[in-house]
Unconditional design. Structure first.
Length: 139
């Protein structure tokens, strides 16, 4: 069995945003040489997310509005976590909602996606570099 590991680096200038990382993950798969197996992709920071969905700008706008309603950034004083001097409690909650990772089957050297599925990085406390792990195992 083969094993492959690579870190992708993200740095979004805005506080929140979504980035389609499907091409980068597919490049990792090609580099790994794995034809049958599993791919794990996860955000390695507690205020970021990796998720699978459709690459449609209206949907991403809706996600942003929905998350901001569920866990609004302001007022920052509404969160006990921010008593530590930080202002990112909302980002932790948004990450919890959107999830930490995705696992995708690899079949015949390709990501075995359903219709319209793509992989996204979700940023909820941007302005600094963060890592995304791609781990692939298989034959």
């Amino acid at each position: 069995m083969k094993s492959y590991r690579k870190e992708l680096w993200m740095e979004l200038p805005r506080r929140r945003g979504f980035v389609n990382i499907t091409r980068e993950v597919e490049a990792c798969l090609r580099e790994s040489g794995v034809r049958e197996g599993l791919l794990l992709c996860n955000a390695m920071h507690i205020t970021a997310s990796v998720f699978i969905n459709d690459d449609e700008s209206g949907l991403h706008h809706d996600y942003d509005r929905w998350l901001e309603r569920l866990a609004p950034h302001e007022p920052v004083g509404q969160y006990r976590h921010n008593d530590t001097g930080e202002d990112n409690a909302d980002a932790h909650m948004k990450r919890q909602l959107m999830g930490r990772e995705v696992v995708v089957a690899i079949t015949e050297g390709r990501l075995d996606f359903g219709t319209w599925e793509q992989i996204f990085y979700g940023e909820f406390d941007g302005g600094r570099r963060k890592r995304v792990l791609v781990k692939i195992i298989g034959d």
